[in-house]
Design a protein around this ligand. Structure first.
Ligand code: MN
Length: 486
């Protein structure tokens, strides 16, 4: 992509960004207890003694969470570590009764990986993954129910999280946005996290620093915690970078700190001076043994892997002849890709893609529907394309049929049959319309013969209009010219 350089009166700057993303693991029960992970239940109803931090309670690792983490690691093209271990990260939060979080520190379950992102100019860039570890979530403090009290809901306490840490590979807000969308797409394909940033099941911490353009130093970074949409992440990067530049250009220094992004102003404000790893007094979790995975286990998870968006996109381009852009859009979520594949079965893939990218998405958008709620089934969209390919209906009539399909959900053959919309390809029937049009417009025939040959198009239009759009345009065109030239 075009380089993202911030230019001021005093110089040119480059932004350096890394992301840390907490992703809630999809599992029935929590990572170290049997309590339910259901979102939106009555507060404090899904809390076991372990989640409440009762003395003497012992955590038991949920193997489904491990399974989901390994799947995710493979989806990030990352190394799965056969040895990993749990640590205690000590800190106080009112919504964390144990005063420590069980997490992974020195030995995470997933090591280095890489993810390709698609940029708006059609290029791709590879972003490095530093690591991914698993840990437990904290509960939730609720401050807006009472002017004087805070409430604590422990339903979320102990829900499994995957924390994905990228390398500081982003050089523009757009790249971070593209990565988050890609990550969300991969997680949803895998079914390991629902990726809903607005519900907090995917939460992004953004590390930003700047440096003079062309230098490769890494300057002090600031971290924005829990930015909760792709748009806000991009905005936070842009504004935080500007703040750093202003400080540097006025001779100041940036201190490592944790900041909060305020969506209403778009600006960041300081929360606290950054704590360092040693402040947490990490130590190995005494109640859990190291996690050891066998090659057989890792391979069995590998064998379960489904086709992910990049591979699917490549296949759509190579075997179905789609453009890279169409393939990217159709593969962004699995439901759309599945719909496309069903619709295209036995039909012209490029034509199906065109209909989906055009009228079909516009219809869903207008009706504010998700593709799974589409009134037009995949089979029926494919059937519509088939009717056009076989010249049963014209492209123009197809638009009308599509509208009726969107309203009624009926199949296109039935609509065409019942409403008599079949294209007229019978040359005899077309000829008689043409003869009538020519007979009624002798002045234009004369003008045509005197050299105004572009009137042929006008005759074609009249004939198609008289046939109520059903006459095949190619046939009309051919016969009109023959008759006018004779
Ligand atoms: Mn974490």
């Amino acid at each position: 992509m075009a380089e993202y350089i911030i230019t001021t009166d005093k110089g040119q700057w480059e932004v350096v960004v890394g992301l840390e993303i907490h992703c809630q693991i999809i599992s029935q029960s929590k990572i170290f207890s049997g309590a339910s992970t259901e979102f939106g239940d009555e507060p404090n109803t899904n809390v076991s003694f372990i989640d409440a931090g009762m003395p003497g309670m012992l955590p038991v690792l949920n193997q489904e969470c491990v399974h989901q983490a390994v799947k995710t690691g493979l989806g990030l093209n990352a190394k799965i570590n056969k040895y990993s271990e749990f640590s205690r990260k000590n800190y106080f939060y009112a919504d964390m009764p144990t005063d420590y979080q069980i997490t992974q520190f020195r030995y995470p379950i997933v090591g280095e990986g890489k993810v390709d992102i698609d940029l708006s100019d059609g290029t791709t860039k590879t972003i490095g993954i530093e690591r991914m570890h698993i840990e437990q979530d904290a509960g939730k403090s609720i401050h807006d129910l009472s002017p004087t009290k805070s409430y604590i809901d422990l339903n979320r306490a102990g829900v499994g999280l995957m924390e994905i840490v990228t390398k500081p590979d982003f050089r523009a807000p757009e790249e971070a946005g593209a990565f988050l969308r890609k990550l969300r797409s991969i997680l949803r394909y895998l079914g390991t996290c629902d990726g809903n940033m607005d519900e907090g099941s995917m939460r992004c911490d953004v590390n930003v620093s700047v440096r003079p353009y062309g230098s490769d130093e890494l300057r002090t970074r600031c971290e924005m915690k829990n930015v909760n949409s792709v748009k806000f992440v991009m905005q936070a990067i842009e504004n935080e970078a500007k703040r750093h530049i202003e400080v540097y250009e006025n001779g100041g220094i940036i201190e490592q700190e944790t900041r909060q992004f305020d969506p209403t102003t778009g600006l960041t404000k300081v929360m606290r001076k950054k704590e360092f790893a040693h402040d947490y007094r990490y130590f190995p979790e005494p109640d859990l043994p190291p996690l050891i995975l066998s090659d057989e286990y890792i391979n069995s998870v590998r064998n379960e892997m489904i086709e992910l968006p990049d591979a699917k996109k490549q296949r759509f381009i190579e075997t179905l002849g789609l453009t890279p852009y169409d393939a990217m859009v159709l593969c962004e979520n699995k439901e759309t890709a599945d719909f496309f594949e069903q619709a295209t079965a036995g039909h012209d893939a490029k034509k199906v893609a065109n209909w989906m990218m055009g009228d079909f998405f516009a219809m869903l958008n207008k009706k504010r529907l998700d593709i799974t709620q589409s009134p037009i089934s995949a089979e029926n969209l494919g059937a519509l394309v088939e009717l056009i390919s076989k010249d049963v209906i014209s492209g123009k009539i197809a638009k009308d049929v599509f509208e009726i399909m969107a309203q009624t959900g009926e199949n296109p053959e039935k609509i065409v049959e019942e409403r008599g919309l079949k294209q007229v390809t019978d040359t005899g029937a077309i000829e008689s319309i043409i003869d009538a049009v020519i007979a009624a417009n002798q002045d234009n025939v004369a003008a045509y013969k005197n050299g105004k040959t572009n009137l042929a198009g006008w005759f074609v239009g009249q004939v198609i209009k008289q046939s109520q759009g059903k006459a095949n345009p190619a046939i009309v065109n051919k016969i009109v010219r023959e008759k006018l030239d004779s």
